[in-house]
Ligand binder design. Structure first.
Ligand SMILES: C=CC1=C(C)c2cc3[nH]c(cc4nc(cc5[nH]c(cc1n2)c(C)c5CCC(=O)O)C(CCC(=O)O)=C4C)c(C)c3C=C
Ligand SMILES: [Fe+2]
Ligand SMILES: [Fe+2]
Length: 359
């Protein structure tokens, strides 16, 4: 069968609305053997690595997949918890909180599911589940506040690819970014204020975002601008002066130039410039993960302290904080606007009644 249908489809099945939240993905376990397929899927995505395919195939299969899995496995092992990968655990908590909020607002008209772009649970499986439950209209919310082709557009590719093999595709609303959403900025500001209430202020607030190759910015990706706008709005919400904060980019991969300033080099340079107390927040990460817990929480702390820093504090991601869930729920609500499963089911029942009356 070329196109997937809905198994055991019942023509009386009531229409539902679907919400699919997604994040990047994570390996199934912190081992080399689990890292290999995860990294292979991730790094084979042309949205992530924009290098001619035949050249990249040799680099990826000949070099990277022989070195990186064991190195990354060690890093993952240092953040792994009893429940598993932090990114997956937090995404599950976000999903269950949002499902509760939707149930309270919409009853069983709205089904909320979640998926990962790479690894498990996959986007295809999540769409299968939504279709099987009768979702005819779907809002997709990738949990990336700033648009980037490597993350946001790649998620769209995966959804679109899934649809190419589906018989009955649903109506789709795809949220591409929320980097300047006032409730998102306020949730971040609240997080910083709560941290200040507990620990006091530092010399500087560093806002560190995942980097991308500079070439992507030069080719028109709006990610860099959106990161800077988030930083500016957060600084305004906190009444910070220009000297009180800084935007940096982390998680460099490969040899080409990435967005600057680099987080690690900044950490190594700040103490010599008289900044010995820093607080770091990562506004682009909606959930704590390897890149925040290990890279910011541990690796960069070491660089800073080694260079003469005295105080280093990482401010956690918004995760499943109430402010974050409220903000995401209102974004979902806005995007469900005008779609009503109940209204459509009522209209359909009415049409069926009229047809029955005519016969
Ligand atoms: C190779 C290029 C990469 C680009 C471009 C890239 C962009 C990008 N990534 C995130 C968010 C996350 N990345 C994470 C891990 C991660 N990222 C890369 C590479 C690129 N990312 C790799 C190889 C890895 C795996 C870990 C490693 O081996 O270093 C994660 C964490 C996942 C987890 O399981 O915890 C996140 C989240 C964004 C937002 C982004 C572009 C804006
Ligand atoms: Fe990444
Ligand atoms: Fe990293």
């Amino acid at each position: 069968m070329k196109y997937k249908g809905t198994e055991n489809f019942s023509h009386n099945q009531p229409d539902k609305l679907g919400v699919l939240i997604t994040n990047l993905g994570t390996p199934d376990s912190p081992t080399s053997s689990a890292l290999r397929p995860y990294l292979k899927q991730f790094l084979s995505d042309p949205r992530v690595v924009e290098v001619p395919r035949f050249i990249w195939w040799f680099i990826l299969n000949g070099v990277i997949l022989n070195i990186r899995p064991s190195r990354s496995a060690k890093a993952y092992a240092s953040v792994w918890t009893e429940e598993g990968s932090p990114l997956l655990t937090i995404t599950k908590a976000q999903h269950s909180a949002l499902a509760k909020r939707c149930e309270a607002e919409y009853g069983d008209d709205v089904i909320v599911d979640f998926a990962m772009r790479y690894g498990n649970p996959s986007i295809d499986e999540a769409i299968d589940r939504l279709m099987a439950k009768g979702a005819r209209k779907v809002v997709v919310l990738p949990l990336y506040p700033q648009y980037c082709a490597s993350t946001t557009a790649s998620t769209f590719d995966a959804i679109a690819r899934d649809f190419t093999s589906r018989r009955w595709i649903p109506e789709l609303r795809f949220i591409t970014q929320y980097h300047d959403n006032p409730a998102y900025i306020e949730a971040l500001a609240e997080k910083v204020r709560a941290h200040w209430d507990k620990h006091g202020r530092a010399d500087k607030l560093l806002m560190s975002y995942h980097g991308i190759p500079k070439r992507y910015l030069l080719n028109g990706d709006p990610y860099h601008c959106q990161c800077y706008k988030t930083s500016r709005l957060l600084a305004e919400a906190l009444s910070l002066n220009d000297d009180d904060y800084m935007t940096t980019f982390q998680s460099r991969f490969g040899r080409e130039e990435w967005l600057q300033p680099y987080t690690d080099e900044t950490m190594k340079a700040l103490p010599a410039n008289g900044v010995t107390a820093v607080q770091v927040i990562c506004p682009g990460f909606s959930a704590d993960c390897l890149e925040t817990i290990e890279e910011i929480g541990e690796e960069n702390r070491e660089y800073f302290m080694h260079a003469g820093g005295k105080r280093y504090e990482y401010i956690e991601a918004l995760n499943s904080d109430k402010n974050h869930i409220d903000m995401l729920f209102s974004l979902i609500k806005q995007n469900l606007y005008g779609w009503s499963a109940t209204q459509e089911n009522t209209e359909r029942a009415e049409r069926a009644r009229q047809l029955g009356a005519k016969q």
